[in-house]
Design a binder for this molecule. Structure first.
Ligand code: SAM
Length: 282
């Protein structure tokens, strides 16, 4: 799907909403400014250099006809209604690297949004659920490299994809990333146990209502005071819409923004007034 954000009118409306939005809380204001910078493509020469390298790699991957056999532990496509047991067992899917890249890797706009979030909030420990070929991982890791601090742990169920992602990240010289193969159901608890706190989490795999709520509940106790959580495909199915509504209601999340496909939450203590934004971008 082509993101709606290509339509200038959507961008203009989003910028207008951002300009009028309540900025009374400092962290909420920082999130709004990240969004604005993303829409306006604000980047320094060093940032542009990293993004250029990652996008050149994306171009190669998109064109690749190399076959890859993937064990998919996700929720499939809308309408598939896989049971928990079917998702637990996984399905073997045969594709090409190019097809995986075109269908699964985050669009450059959203990948740049993640990059800007990390540049702004400077998280120390970042977790990603859903690596695929490592494109969003590369954006996030490049932002950490430019910050000069922080590391990323990214989880991927399909061993074949985890291997390709590792190669891609190594080619870019991004060595602060750990790719953890295996189902989130089996790996997330161990990853969390090895970290004192989590400052940033991007949930981009297993778009199932109960699974999404479950991963949120697992990560929540370890969130640092000001942390960032991003959920992909929050409007993908009725179940994902319900999952998002459940998540945004949690009292530890003091700023929540519904951006259409993606939802972003900032945690803080309960004394900070809740800020809720709807800024549809795609
Ligand atoms: C949308 S892709 C991730 C794209 C990546 N974040 C990017 O933008 O470059 C989602 C990935 O999550 C993985 N995944 C889905 N459900 C999973 C599960 N239950 N356990 C482990 N991996 C899972 C899939 O294999 C797939 O590669």
């Amino acid at each position: 799907m082509l993101p709606v954000l290509f339509q200038p009118v959507v961008r203009t409306l989003a910028l207008r909403r951002i300009a009028r939005a309540d900025r009374s809380d400092g962290d909420a204001a920082r999130l709004l400014s990240v969004l604005e910078q993303t829409i306006r493509h604000v980047r320094s020469p060093e940032e542009a250099h990293w993004i250029g390298r990652i996008e050149a790699l994306r171009g190669e991957l998109r064109a690749s006809g190399k076959p890859v056999a993937i064990t998919d532990y996700g929720a499939g496509k809308p309408g598939m209604h896989l049971t928990e047991e079917q998702m637990r067992q996984g399905r073997i899917v045969r594709r090409t690297v190019g097809a995986v890249c075109r269908d699964s890797s985050k669009h450059p706009f959203w990948a740049f949004f993640l990059f800007r979030l990390i540049r702004e909030f400077k998280p120390a420990v970042c977790v990603e659920l859903g690596t695929a070929l490592g494109i969003s991982g590369a954006y996030q890791a490049a932002a950490l490299a430019l910050n000069g601090t922080g590391r990323l742990i990214t989880l991927e169920g399909a061993e074949a994809l985890a291997t390709i992602a590792r190669e891609n990240l190594a080619r870019l010289g991004l060595d602060t990333v750990t790719v953890v193969p295996g189902r989130f159901q089996d790996t997330l608890a161990g990853v969390l146990a090895g970290q004192p706190t989590i400052d940033y989490a991007f949930i981009d795999g297993h778009h199932d209502e109960q699974a999404t709520i479950g991963y949120f509940a697992q990560i929540l106790p370890q969130l640092s005071r000001t942390s960032v959580m991003i959920f992909d495909d929050i409007a993908w199915t009725a179940g994902m819409k319900r999952a998002w509504r459940t998540i945004v209601g949690h009292e530890r999340l003091r700023t929540v923004a519904d951006l259409g496909d993606i939802g972003v939450c900032l945690s803080a203590d309960g004394t900070v007034p809740k800020h809720q934004y709807t800024i549809p971008l795609g």
